[in-house]
Each structure stands twice: as structure tokens, then as C-alpha cells.
Design a binder for this molecule. Structure first.
Ligand SMILES: CC(C)(COP(=O)(O)OP(=O)(O)OC[C@H]1O[C@@H](n2cnc3c(N)ncnc32)[C@H](O)[C@@H]1OP(=O)(O)O)[C@@H](O)C(=O)NCCC(=O)NCCS
Length: 136
């Protein structure tokens, strides 16, 4: 296994609360995937859920080494939960292209994500590694 990227982010949940109040669906639809919206809207504390996912996107953009730019935009990185609840990230478009560029030939990328919140903070850590194709 080869480590190809590491990123973290810490966010004040109250910032997301204010943004949700002010911009509502305009913010949600610009930043989040359908999977993230469905999950967060089902939660009692939707601001916490959106904040953790926002931190995950920023952490992922750092692990990709780009930040939120060069085709790596909010909705190109989406948090998905496995049936156990464990989260990972699904990348599309510009973010997927960047991930492919970082992945050595004959290997596949694996994205590990951990998120947490303790009001008023939410945090995410993303680790991107490359593993041999035959391990995947
Ligand atoms: C890197 C990014 C994702 C994080 O910015 P941030 O949340 O404002 O700042 P943070 O304090 O969490 O992180 C900054 C650190 O990230 C690191 N960083 C900067 N660019 C990076 C990159 N391309 N790859 C990896 N890490 C990077 C740096 O170490 C930086 O700290 P330093 O300048 O003191 O060395 C930034 O590129 C970005 O695009 N932010 C988007 C902000 C935005 O558009 N908000 C609008 C809300 S809708």
C-alpha cells in the first residue's frame, strides 16, 4: 500500500447553520450530492450532518492536493455510507480525474474517511492510498 494523500478539515457548525438559514436549497444544491442531501435531511440535526460532509469535501480536496479548484468542486466529492454506517467518498468528474492522475499504474485508489462532531465543531480526515489492483 502506498499513501498518496492526506487531508483534514475542522469547521464551525454554526457557520453551516447560518448558511442554511440564509441560502437554504441554493447552498444545499450547489454543494451536496443527492445521497448526502437524502441522508442529512433525515437527521434530527441536519446542520451537523451537512457540516461533517462539508469538512469531508475540504479534507478530500486537500488529500487530492488541489483544494477546491481545478475541476475539484463540491459536488464532485460525495460522502457515501456503507451499510455498516462507515463513510467513504465517491469521486466523479474533475475529482475523479485528479484521483486517477495520482494513482500509479497497476494500482487502484482507496479513500478512507473519518468524520466526527462535537458542537460547535465538526471535523473530517481523509486518507487516500493506492493498493495493487489484485487486492481490490
Ligand atoms: C485548501 C482549502 C480546501 C481549505 O481552505 P480553508 O478551509 O479556508 O483553510 P484551512 O485552514 O482548513 O486549510 C488551510 C491549509 O490547507 C493547506 N492547503 C492549502 N492548499 C492546499 C492544497 N492545494 N492541497 C493540500 N493542502 C492545502 C495549507 O497547509 C493551508 O494552511 P497554510 O496556508 O497555513 O499552510 C481551500 O482550497 C478552499 O478552496 N477552500 C474553499 C473555501 C470556500 O470556497 N468556501 C466557500 C463556502 S461555500
Amino acid at each position: 500500500m502506498k499513501l498518496i494523500g492526506l487531508g483534514n478539515d475542522l469547521i464551525d457548525i454554526r457557520r453551516i447553520e447560518r448558511t442554511l438559514e440564509r441560502f437554504g436549497d441554493r447552498f444545499i444544491n450547489r454543494v451536496y450530492t443527492v445521497v448526502e442531501i437524502t441522508k442529512s435531511e433525515r437527521r434530527a440535526n441536519r446542520a451537523e450532518s451537512y457540516a461533517k460532509r462539508f469538512a469531508a469535501k475540504e479534507a478530500c480536496s486537500k488529500a487530492l492536493g488541489t483544494g477546491i479548484r481545478r475541476g475539484v468542486h463540491w459536488r464532485t466529492m460525495g460522502v457515501v455510507n456503507l451499510p455498516s454506517g462507515k463513510p467513504t467518498m465517491n469521486l466523479i468528474d474533475g475529482a475523479a480525474v485528479r484521483l486517477q492522475e495520482l494513482t500509479p499504474p497497476g494500482m487502484v485508489a482507496q479513500i478512507d474517511l473519518t468524520i466526527t462532531d462535537e458542537y460547535p465543531l465538526a471535523q473530517a480526515i481523509v486518507m487516500i492510498s493506492a493498493i495493487p489492483e489484485e487486492w481490490a
